[in-house]
Design a protein around this ligand. Structure first.
Ligand code: AMP
Length: 416
């Protein structure tokens, strides 16, 4: 298989799928450019090898052409990061993209407009009425799948070699992340971001040192938990999902976030953990608040017994200590999702304690892997990102890869 290090880019136009889905504030300023910086080595490698670069990405979730989601907003910053001008095509396919791609010279960079201006990128119909019949839905899906073929061909026609460097979308079989591969049977490669991600995950998953502990947080119960349990010795569950588990156990969770339709799933997860001998660690002390606000009144409570009008927004100090002890005794650690509403300082202490325990375990030789937008934002917020083993650009993609699922964006290159 060709790799980015063995491929000869001389005179070639490399069509690179990057993940420039960066957060922007209301003035369209980039608030975190991690994903852009991550892609720079791949771009530089092509340019240094005598090639030209055509970048394609999505940004946000536009429903069609919408300047709010234009990649034009990031052009200037990309120029700064690369230290050279970047051309811009205001459509990712069509005449202007074709013309600009054709005129591109070795050493030059062209950025294409948001792929998701087109429904064909994801291959999902748009604008269906809420009351559309099954027949109408089926017809709309078939129509977009049909027009997707031309979209993929048009995109592919812009370059000579396709590089997939977007790990965050590798679990999606979209036009630019997977379907395009068939046009480049001998000219498809992983970029350095993808190579790095796969190497990091493969190295842990092949023979993880034990105990292996996963910390899952976030607001909701994830359907991934029961699959991940095949791999773990300890599974720490925190965040909003705690209250679905407590409610399933007959607890009274006040106004805490609780998914009434997931009570059975929570019970299943607890049963499977027992059967598999996984040590399931749940919170038994919550920081509760009388409102979803940093100014709310707070106190500690048993998450099985939260008064009406109060909600659990973080783990309390005793639970922080219990969680930290399990983490610090682990040799392999996977963290996905904050254990509290860390965006508000009053409820960030639990998540901070997790991050600090992971750093301590890493210092003692554990391998720690952090994935998912919110845990990555948290570890950055605490200034601890360089003290863990690996920070992944993927959330869903990372979990699916760890589960052993085939990711379309990876299979498209490896051809397995
Ligand atoms: P998710 O959107 O499911 O990936 O979860 C991430 C979000 O979960 C973060 O924005 C946290 O603020 C939120 N979160 C964590 N713990 C809680 C909690 N106890 N109640 C409500 N939201 C929470």
């Amino acid at each position: 298989m060709q790799t980015i290090d063995t491929y000869n880019f001389q005179g070639k136009k490399a069509l690179i799928r990057v993940d420039f889905n960066v957060p922007l504030n209301d003035k369209f300023e980039i608030t975190d450019d991690t994903r852009m910086r991550a892609a720079i080595p791949t771009i530089r490698k092509v340019l240094a090898g005598g090639g030209a670069v055509i970048l394609m990405s999505h940004l946000g979730r536009p429903k069609g052409v919408d300047s709010k989601y234009s990649l034009k907003h990031i052009q200037k910053h990309l120029e700064e990061l690369l230290g050279q001008p970047v051309r811009f095509a205001d459509d990712c396919i069509g005449e202007s993209a074709k013309k600009q791609a054709a005129e591109l010279k070795p050493g030059e960079v062209l950025l294409l407009e948001n792929l998701r201006y087109y429904a064909e990128e994801e291959g999902k119909p748009r604008g269906l009425a809420d009351d559309a019949s099954d027949e109408e839905k089926k017809a709309a899906k078939a129509a977009v799948k049909e027009s997707q073929k031309k979209f993929v061909a048009d995109l592919a026609s812009l370059g000579d070699v396709w590089i997939n460097d977007a790990f965050g979308t590798a679990h999606r079989a979209h036009a630019s992340t997977a379907l395009i591969a068939k046009y480049f049977p001998n000219d498809k490669l992983f970029g350095y971001v993808m190579e790095g991600e796969l190497k990091a995950v493969d190295s842990v998953m092949k023979d993880p040192k034990r105990p292996f502990t996963a910390i899952m947080g976030g607001s909701k119960v994830s359907s991934k938990i029961d699959i991940i349990m095949n791999l773990m010795d300890n599974l720490i569950l925190g965040g909003g999902m705690t209250y679905t588990f407590k409610a399933a156990l007959g607890g009274h969770v006040g106004s805490s976030i609780c998914e009434a339709d997931k009570l059975d799933l929570a019970l299943d997860i607890m049963r499977i953990a027992k059967e598999k001998g996984v040590n399931l660690v749940l919170s038994d002390q919550a920081v509760i608040a009388d409102g979803f606000s940093n100014d709310a009144n707070t106190k500690l409570a048993d998450p099985m017994n939260i008064p009406d009008g109060w909600e659990g927004l973080d783990i309390g100090p005793e639970t922080r200590e219990r969680f930290a002890k399990v983490i610090e005794e682990s040799k392999t650690i996977l963290w996905n999702g904050p254990v509290g509403v860390f965006e508000m300082p009053k409820f960030a202490e639990g998540t901070r304690a997790i991050a600090e325990a992971i750093v301590k375990a890493t210092e003692k030789g554990a391998f720690s892997l952090i994935g998912g937008g919110d845990s990555v934002a948290a570890i950055n917020q605490f200034g601890l990102a360089d003290k863990v083993s690996y920070v992944s650009t993927g959330g869903g993609a990372l979990l699916e890869y760890i589960e052993g699922k085939e990711l379309p964006g990876i299979t498209a290159i490896r051809g397995e």
